[in-house]
Design a binder for this molecule. Sequence first.
Ligand code: IVH
Length: 666
Amino acid sequence: MSETAKKRIEELTEKINRHDHEYHVLDRPTISDIEYDRLVQELVELERKYPEYAREDSPTKRIGGEVLEGFAKVEHSVPMLSLSNAFDADELRAFDQRLKKIVDNVTYVVEPKIDGLAASLFYEDGEFVRAATRGNGTVGEDVTHNVRTIKSVPLRLKEPVTIEVRGEIFMPKAAFLSWNETKEQQGKELFKNPRNAAAGSIRQLDSRIAAQRALDMFIYGVAERDEEARIPQHEVLKRLQRLGFKVNERIMEASDIEEAIRICEKFEFLRTDLPYDIDGAVIKVDERPLYKTIGYTAKSPRWAIAYKFRAEEAMTRIEDIRLQIGRTGQVTPVAHLSPVEIAGSTVARATLHNEDYIRGKDIRIGDFVTIRKAGDIIPEVVAVVEEKRSGDEEQFRMTGECPKCETPLRKSDTEAETFCPNPDCPSKRVQGFIHFASREAMDIEGLGIRIMEHFYNEGFITSISDIYRLRDHKEKLVGLARFGERSVEKLLANIEASKDRSLEKLLFALGIRHVGKKTAESLAKRFPSIEHLREADFEDVLSVEDVGEKIAASVKAYFEDEKNLEMLDELDSLGVNMRHKGAAETKGHFEGLTFVLTGSLSSLTRQEAQKMIEARGGKVTSSVSKNTDYVCAGENPGSKLEKARSLGVDIIDEQELLAMLGNTKE
Ligand code: IVH
């Protein structure tokens, strides 16, 4: 028996690692999330029974759990150097000229310069054994426990080689944005940019934290002494890829410096569209056997150079500081700037967050400031240019009245935040509608800030459900400022299409306090329809992953407010979907739920129902207890139904079960 277990553990480890590689490195998954989860579940259980057979490269070792007391030091076998910089094409030509004085002819490899943090990974006989940060270049810190959680880092290579590789750990832009969005919802501190996010995550002693941060890693080279360098850089990269590493797919070869310059410019153009941050391009001589001859300066190799993209900073003047009221009533001071071009777009506003921020940077109305796009995305004020002060600048104080409804503003308990206490403040309401229609929420293209404000001012949208009544005003909408028939039709079609969104989108869209995108997803996974969530008690909501007391209380309060219930009923009768969809693609949709089936079902057998529940991560047991989450009652249910009633267990019928399974036999 144990021999079979050992074999199965081997098989599963290899299979899951292959799927991880296909998903995280090649971006080409070949199985569904459910099948994947099932394999992992099986492995977890087998390893629990036979821990002695768990392999070092087991995917279960990526979950995190190891907590260190401090970081051990790691001495780098080959120093981790930095690169010298070039800021324009002429400096790159000068670099090429310098090289030509040393060697006859060279070709280049041009790589995106990933904006994260460098790390070195060490493999022994193909097994991942250690990862270290760059540190001072000679000695770094051991971060093996955290790097192990990065799914694109292979734990075992395709060949049993002993090798040290170098690369860049980063946080993808989407992960950074969604992390910050969640933190903002929770009123917690945000990461400044994806690089800080990656660096902060990798320097955690507790690997469970790093495991949650969706880090990724590109490998761009080997740590080898120059005497050993036999093959060109482009071959090294191919070999790294064959060994199972994630190598950047944009890397290109150039036969001379002019071609390399064109590639750098192409990267700069592509920059905003890439899913990760790059801050430049790295040009490396392709002929590695020449590295020893070309040599080094004190800190960097002479065979490579970093082309840094045009400065992302610009100077401009703060014309005014105005208050913006968010959908929760929170007041944010916003700098209105003389419009300025940064990285291909015009910036006219930058958030100043709160009063502390303004005071910390001593920002005044009329000041000249430098502006930058944090993480290449969000404009922020870097600093005041003090030399340009004339003395006429005005201090800003966040007091007085709401600029929209003139209600006196209030400070929060901690005094850190200011808010408008008026529940009917038009600003709050419009912001709430805008949020409802936004991309991450109901995703109604064409219903952005400007149009929404317009419709609100014209009286077409004064509640969320009015969005779905716009079609009744089609004639009147045509002709509204710059709105033609075609665009009205398009907008109305987009609104209709949004009725079909899955529950998590609707939950997020409602703007329930503290319910961000992730929480909405967890709630929708646990409660298959809004009806279920509406009826859930505090404990039920609290038992959902990532939901703490504050969130649970807020969810309960939302569903206790008559106005909200009325609005939801209206949305329901207007045809807005209130159910969780796509159960088949959802990972562990029924994870942690226990069902009891009783009585006979009409459209499927009990065995079929059991299989479907289990395929979604749920459990089916034969007797009802207080641990049962749902009893599904068919025809002639008998005593189990009585027991469920007496224990207060949720009772559902066949139709409801089918709906929860994501089967539309309704
Ligand atoms: S080569 C001596 N290649 O840039 C070789 N570095 O300023 C140095 N970086 O510390 C590394 N992408 O953190 C290289 N494709 C790439 C890179 C890259 C990002 C970072 C790395 C390094 C820094 C050098």
